[in-house]
Design a protein around this ligand. Structure first.
Ligand SMILES: [Mg+2]
Length: 170
């Protein structure tokens, strides 16, 4: 039997897009020729596989969560909206601070235990904290792609299988 995560959570900066939303963007944002631009007409694009990954995982029945520490909350939400990702996301937790708080909220709203969640992030401090909480974590580099997703699903299956062997889950 294959154990699948009930929720798949993504960081934003350097996970879904290649920049820090709170350092580089000047609001307001607008979309031109399919690409989001800021007030100064600088372009802000997603990583190439981000849209496809969220769309596909959502269509396969996974719940999608966002956990970001950015202080540019308005801009980050607007980017998700302008790139049409909003409809695939069940729960967004976007604010500074330890991501333990973000995951506590995800747990509360989605009613899913932390060990049933899979998380992608580019920063070790976040990976380390959530791994301690039982979340399946994959540290990524140069943005999300299908290889990372595949690895995450495999790691998760392995983790739950082991938990079951040890009588930690039924
Ligand atoms: Mg990041």
């Amino acid at each position: 039997m294959e154990y699948k995560p009930k929720v798949i959570v993504f960081d934003l900066d350097y996970t879904l897009w290649p920049f820090y939303a709170d350092a580089y963007m000047t609001l307001p944002l607008h979309k031109k020729d399919g690409i989001v631009h800021d007030k100064n007409n600088c372009k802000f694009e997603l990583y190439p596989q981000s849209f496809d990954i969220l769309r596909k995982l959502h269509s396969e029945g996974y719940k999608i969560g966002i956990a970001s520490r950015t202080s540019e909350i308005t801009g980050a939400k607007k980017l998700l909206e302008l790139y049409d990702l909003k409809r695939y996301i069940h729960q967004k937790e976007i604010y500074p601070g330890s991501k333990k708080a973000h995951f506590a909220k995800l747990h509360k709203h989605l009613k899913v235990p932390l060990h049933d969640m899979l998380f992608f992030d580019d920063e070790w401090r976040n990976i380390k904290e959530l791994r301690e909480e039982g979340v399946t974590c994959v540290m990524i580099k140069d943005g999300i792609n299908w290889d990372y997703v595949k690895r995450g699903l495999e790691d998760h299956n392995k983790k739950i299988s082991e938990m079951q062997l040890n009588g930690l889950v039924s």
